[in-house]
Design a protein around this ligand. Sequence first.
Ligand SMILES: [Zn+2]
Ligand SMILES: [Zn+2]
Ligand SMILES: [Zn+2]
Ligand SMILES: [Zn+2]
Length: 387
Amino acid sequence: MLRTAATLATLLTALAVPAQDTSAYCRFCVTHGKVACPKHGKMMEKERGPGILNCSVAAECKACGGALEVDCKQCVDQKVEAELARRQQLAKEWLQQRRTAVDALTKNEPYAHLQTTHYELSVTLKPATIGRERFDQHQRLHMYGERLEALRDLFLATFEIPDTDLPDRMTVVMSEDAKDHNIVAPRLTGLGTANSIGLKLLGPEYIYAMWVDKRGVPDDEALHRNIVHNVAHLLLTQMKPQQFLGNHGHGWIDEGVAHWLEDKAVGKCTNFCFEEVLLQQPASFKGGKWRQAVRKFVDDGKAIDFAVLATKNTDQLTFVEHTFAFAYVDFLLTKFGGAKFRDLLRLVKADKPTREVLQQVYGLNPLTIDAPFLAWVKENYSPLLER
Ligand SMILES: [Zn+2]
Ligand SMILES: [Zn+2]
Ligand SMILES: [Zn+2]
Ligand SMILES: [Zn+2]
């Protein structure tokens, strides 16, 4: 009896522990030992979005240091506290690395950084009104992080390739001003000198760095197209087997795929990978509505023969040839499907001649492909309206 009473007393003591005891049920945090950081408002959803690994704005949160959760003050759980400290440390180290790699190059406004599953993104984008909504730099950072991941998903789905065929991470730097870009881009890519609009490093590291030149990129939609077009080149090059397709007469594939994805993601083509072309004419050739333009060239007997197109490198393509590069890719992808085009890409990247590849994949050759292409254009491209 005495013994039972003693046991009961112990039990009561155990139940009546102060809030600091780890064995207690904490009504404040429901015994998780931590609570969501209250400092992120609407952006919490973005910080916790799929594929978001680190954000510089979150990492600089004074309350949580990027862990997005804070220790519960009502109870003690050392394991949870250690885990939060570890996450803060990782966010801090990541941000330090980005600041050293990018911000340290300029002495200007710091970049905002985002790490997603497949990208390191750095921006100095100014706030912008998109549609009717105002987006600040932090919101635009996340928006472009999402757009970049969506582009990679679109690439995988379009060409029906497994995730493992795009093995490399990519770095994208979007500077609002030419001044920052002209310092950061050459240093990161090791390419070019002063006064570029965008620089791409196509392996072994994959980097695209650009600045928002209002002449070619007047608004957010144009910026989105610019990013899609140029990062499409990074994806196309790193797709296994890894090879740049802008030379050896494969410019039509290199540019055609980039234009096609630009059109698919944003509905227009306005980017040309050749600065001289950009300078010749504003980057709004035929208003970016190329199906209609191609149809008109075809109707006027000005179609580009595939045999001619398929001898040019990316930097040799004229405006008209760019539209036909887009249209040939559109024809092959739409009529025969992504898997066949993937086979074409793999064979061409493995240095097989275009003639043999067309025969093997499509049963066509550079001379017989024109007729079905022209017929398809007449059937599918309206001379009046886009699509
Ligand atoms: Zn608690
Ligand atoms: Zn963020
Ligand atoms: Zn926080
Ligand atoms: Zn291009």
